[in-house]
Design a protein around this ligand. Structure first.
Ligand code: NAP
Ligand code: MG
Length: 497
């Protein structure tokens, strides 16, 4: 194993070159098989750590720990105790935030400018869920039963959660699971993506440092097809909160039939971003561009299908191409970097494959279109890429690319834009750029997607939340209904007679 010398930070336990274990029952644990796998820095292709390669036996150990913790003292913590705990976590995460952001940048490539910016979001999310902890209530219901019978519902924690998340933003992705677990009194086994596990392991340690009983939060690292599949199938898991591709989502549904697990599925997208001729292009051009290019296009709700009214297509494409070319792509540790690498060689090959197919299908290359070489040749970098004159039935407009690739698709009127926007198997994000209120309302009502942004793109607040429809999955993240998914309704009938 070669480890990039300048990244080794002796004070950082994750970049010291020693193998890292799972996190089970409050401590680090090697894989029971003894196997490890390498994890890389996608900006350089170099190995940054060796992680435990989990399989069914490690998942079983972690689920056993999570079950024992659920049945143990944690299950008797009051809502106030869970809230106060989350306050302590808020303080600790704030204190360690720079370290977490740097770790995430080295592990998955996103620029430090982006990962550092997550501070407010994550701290807000922690306080949001701390508020949720003391807001769990049931209802007393009138009934028409004979005699005097009192009826009420209580909401009880579901039990052991399996949290399976992707690599594109684990610092945030894990909080969509941990927040609900810790507010509700559930316990969890997390399976981060094989390409980005470090911030999840580190967070589990910080939670224990803040006073979390052992076994409440466990992390098993490893591959999706082994560790992930075992977690999805395990009969001791009551619910799976999954974020990832639609293809894997289908496998999670199949695995859930073993014990009829509850599921939350946040899946892929091919979101429409619609720019009308009356839009303020000074806002719409950078807004639509960053709606695709942020995180190098590796965002589930990326607005990759940019529908532009035909009368402004030429101007829009010229301006957005200039914007794309000016973006600074590079190693995320450089504070000036705006776009980092793709996560892996596999993802790079996939994105380049789509780029190769686009022109063959008749799309016009308006910017980018190539892998970046020179000083960045060892990493997985591609240029921000724009195709214009794309048709909605081309592969690049139908399939999720998960790279910095924008498809500009012209339209003539609102009805056509709405029809094309909805002509997709997905329903995650969407946006409309216009100054016309009636157009805003027609589009907001007509678009079939979990979120409609108007004159902005990609804003998410933990207390508002977001979700999807169609093949983008079901369940919401954040918002006041999210916690319901970690609770089940228990009805009590008391006969006074
Ligand atoms: P993925 O391949 O589905 O992986 C997601 C997670 O599932 C990873 O931890 C993966 O582990 C694991 N996994 C893979 N196969 C599994 C199996 N058979 N059983 C159980 N777990 C399994 O997705 P990805 O390519 O990493 O991430 C990109 C996808 O996530 C995109 O489609 C994107 O749209 C979606 N996404 C959605 C949202 C949302 O909120 N809707 C947010 C972010 C991303 P390994 O990585 O170790 O294989
Ligand atoms: Mg990595």
């Amino acid at each position: 194993m070669t480890i990039q010398a300048e990244l080794i930070d002796a004070s950082h336990p994750y970049l010291d070159g020693r193998p890292k274990g799972h996190f089970i029952n409050g401590r680090s644990a090697a894989a029971l098989s003894g196997r490890t796998f390498d994890t890389h820095n996608p900006a350089t292709g170099e190995v940054i750590a060796q992680l435990a390669e989990g399989d069914a036996s490690d998942i079983d150990a972690a689920v056993t720990a999570a079950r024992a913790a659920f049945e143990g003292p944690w299950g008797r913590w009051t809502p106030y105790q869970r809230q106060a705990f989350l306050f302590r976590v808020h303080e600790l995460v704030d204190k360690h935030f720079d370290e977490l952001a740097r770790l995430e940048t080295i592990d998955m490539g996103a620029p430090i400018s982006r990962t550092s910016n997550f501070r407010n979001f994550i701290l807000q999310a922690i306080l949001f869920y701390s508020g949720q902890a003391v807001n769990i209530s049931g209802e007393t219901l009138r009934n028409s039963l004979p005699g005097t019978v009192t009826t009420f519902n209580i909401r009880a924690p579901v039990g052991v959660i399996g949290g399976i998340i992707p690599w594109n933003g684990p610092m945030i992705g894990q909080w969509w699971v941990l927040g609900g677990v810790l507010a509700s009194g559930c316990t969890v086994v997390m399976k981060p993506a094989e390409d980005a596990s470090l911030s999840v392991l580190r967070m589990a340690e910080l939670l224990c440092e803040a006073g979390l009983p052992e076994g409440v939060v466990n992390v098993v690292t490893g591959y999706g097809s082994t560790a992930g599949a075992s977690l999805a199938r395990h009969p001791g898991v009551d619910r799976v909160a999954f974020t990832g591709s639609t293809e894997t989502g289908r496998k999670i549904i199949e695995a859930s039939t073993v014990n009829i697990k509850r599921l939350q599925l946040e899946l892929g997208g091919k979101s429409p971003d619609i720019v009308f001729a009356d839009a303020d292009l000074d806002a719409a051009v950078p807004g639509a561009a960053m709606g695709v290019f942020s995180n190098s296009g590796q965002i589930c709700y990326a607005g990759t299908r940019v529908f532009v009214q035909r009368t402004i297509q030429k101007e829009f494409v010229e301006r957005v191409a200039a914007f794309g070319r000016a973006l600074k792509v590079g190693n995320g540790l450089d504070p000036d970097t705006q776009l980092g690498p793709l996560i892996s060689q596999k993802q790079l090959d996939r994105v380049l494959g789509y780029m190769n197919s686009a022109v063959g299908e008749g799309a016009v290359l308006s910017a980018g279109g190539e892998r970046i070489g020179g000083g960045l040749a060892a990493g997985y970098f591609v240029q921000p890429t724009i195709y214009s004159d794309v048709r909605n039935d081309m592969r690049i407009a139908r399939e999720e690319i998960f790279g910095p690739v924008m498809s500009v698709i012209p339209f003539d009127d609102l009805d056509e834009a709405l029809h094309l926007a909805n002509d997709t198997p997905y329903g995650l994000g969407s946006a409309v750029w216009t100054r016309d209120v009636s157009r805003v309302l027609k589009m907001a009502n007509g678009i079939k997607a979990g979120t409609v942004w108007v004159n902005c793109y990609g804003m998410v607040d933990p207390s508002v939340g977001f979700g999807g429809i169609k093949m983008s999955g079901y369940g919401v993240k954040g918002g006041r209904h999210h916690l319901d998914a970690f609770l089940y309704q228990k009805t009590v009938y008391i006969n006074d007679a």
